[in-house]
Structures are given as structure tokens and as C-alpha cells.
Design a protein around this ligand. Structure first.
Ligand code: DC
Length: 227
């Protein structure tokens, strides 16, 4: 397994959809001056490509070949697939659903895990996903697991979506979140679960600032101040 850059610090943040981990991870990374890695966006990139090429997301060998053929890059906070900017297009409900299907394929995960480890070679990194503390960076310096009640998570997703005819009903979002949680937590490879040494934080009744402060204090306590 390629290791992170010598002396670089890895902070992992795992948790289910809508737990607030993306915003918290992005904010924490900016505050510490670390790189930020959104690994869910990589699975979404594969899902987007499946939908575009009308490939069946269930077909492991087809999807893994597709994954290997993609040039996935983060540039200035944008996600590019083969130089095409898909940052906004990967956030639809259809892409979310297909992402949790393609994420079940071991061969897809292998390719994306290699890419995630390569990204962390650039220096101090805050990385967020489902398996960052358990599988991808088991020796990370600091690990967090964020969670929140399903209704709270669905509400957050609902508020993020444009208020147009494509926005699903709130109840449908709760149902989709429960289904995705089930698939993510029960798949045979890299299921969603906290690492034994992760600090768990329930964000249902906390605001972003409170969550980030807890995490920042913990990182500084374990690895020293960075500013
Ligand atoms: O965090 P997100 O909603 O953008 O993730 C999209 C999907 O990708 C989600 O269903 C779970 C999957 N995923 C994963 O299996 N492992 C990761 N490290 C990140 C995301």
C-alpha cells in the first residue's frame, strides 16, 4: 500500500449520507491548511459515467473496466472526469442511488482506494468517506465518525436541493437514505462502520461550528498546532 508523504498528517472523517461530514471535513481542512479529499465524489464520478454510457451499474466487470478508464481529478475544488467538469452533475438523486450500487464492487473499490492513497501523498490531508479510517488509512493520525438521525440527514439533503420539479418529496428522501444506509452498512466489502479508534460525533443537534471545534481540538491535541 503506498504510504502518505513522510510526516504528513491524515485525518479521516467517515459517516453516512447527510451526517454533515462533507461540510465539516471541508471546513476543518481549510482551517488547518490541509488538503481536502471527498472520496464519495469519486464513487459518484463512476456512477455518473455509468449513467452517461448506459452501462449497467450491477455489472461488476463492466463497471470496473469503466472505472479504470476514467481520469478522475480534483482541481480547485472542482471534479473533472477526462477533463470534463462534473462537479454539479454528480449531485443528483439518480447519481446518489447508482453510486451506492457501484460502491459494492470490490474491483471498483480497489481502483478508487489506490487513487485515494495517491491523493494523500501530496501532504497533510483531511479525507472523508465511508471506509477512510477502517480500510484506506488504518494508521491515520486522527479518526472521526459522524452520524445523525435519518430524518435530520434527509432534511439537510432536502434543503441542499434546488426547489424545482425535480426535487423529490421529503418522505422519499428519508426512504432513499434508509436504503442507502442499509446497502452501505451491509455490503461485504468495506462496510460503513466506525474504526475502533474513531471518535464518534452525533451531529443531529449540533451546528457546524461546534462539530468543527471538537475535531480541530482533537487533531491539535494529537498532532500539535499547525498555524
Ligand atoms: O458521501 P457520498 O454521498 O457522496 O457517497 C456516495 C456513495 O459512495 C455512497 O452511497 C457510499 C459510497 N462511498 C463509499 O462506499 N466509500 C467511500 N469512501 C465514499 C463513498
Amino acid at each position: 500500500m503506498p504510504s502518505p508523504a513522510p510526516n504528513s498528517i491524515i485525518v479521516t472523517i467517515d459517516g453516512p449520507a447527510g451526517s454533515g461530514k462533507s461540510t465539516a471535513a471541508r471546513t476543518l481542512a481549510a482551517r488547518l491548511g490541509f488538503e481536502f479529499l471527498d472520496t464519495g465524489a469519486m464513487y459518484r464520478a463512476v456512477a455518473w459515467s455509468c449513467l452517461k454510457s448506459e452501462s449497467s451499474p450491477e455489472d461488476e466487470s463492466l463497471v470496473s473496466e469503466l472505472t479504470r478508464s476514467l481520469n478522475i481529478q480534483f482541481q480547485n475544488g472542482r471534479l473533472l472526469i477526462n477533463q470534463y467538469d462534473v462537479t454539479d452533475e454528480i449531485r443528483t438523486s439518480a447519481v446518489s442511488t447508482v453510486a451506492s450500487v457501484v460502491a459494492q464492487h470490490p474491483a471498483v473499490r480497489d481502483t478508487l482506494v489506490d487513487l485515494q492513497r495517491a491523493c494523500a501523498e501530496h501532504g497533510n490531508t483531511v479525507t472523508e468517506g465511508r471506509d477512510q479510517g477502517t480500510i484506506v488509512f488504518p494508521n491515520a493520525d486522527c479518526k472521526f465518525f459522524l452520524t445523525a438521525r435519518p430524518e435530520v440527514r434527509a432534511q439537510r439533503r432536502y434543503e441542499e436541493m434546488p426547489d424545482d420539479s425535480d426535487r423529490p418529496e421529503f418522505e422519499q428522501l428519508v426512504e432513499e437514505i434508509r436504503e442507502r444506509d442499509y446497502r452501505d452498512a451491509n455490503r461485504s466489502i468495506a462496510p460503513l462502520r466506525p474504526a475502533d479508534d474513531a471518535v464518534s460525533i452525533d451531529t443531529s443537534d449540533s451546528n457546524l461550528e461546534e462539530v468543527v471545534q471538537v475535531m480541530e481540538a482533537r487533531v491539535c491535541e494529537k498532532s500539535g498546532p499547525f498555524k
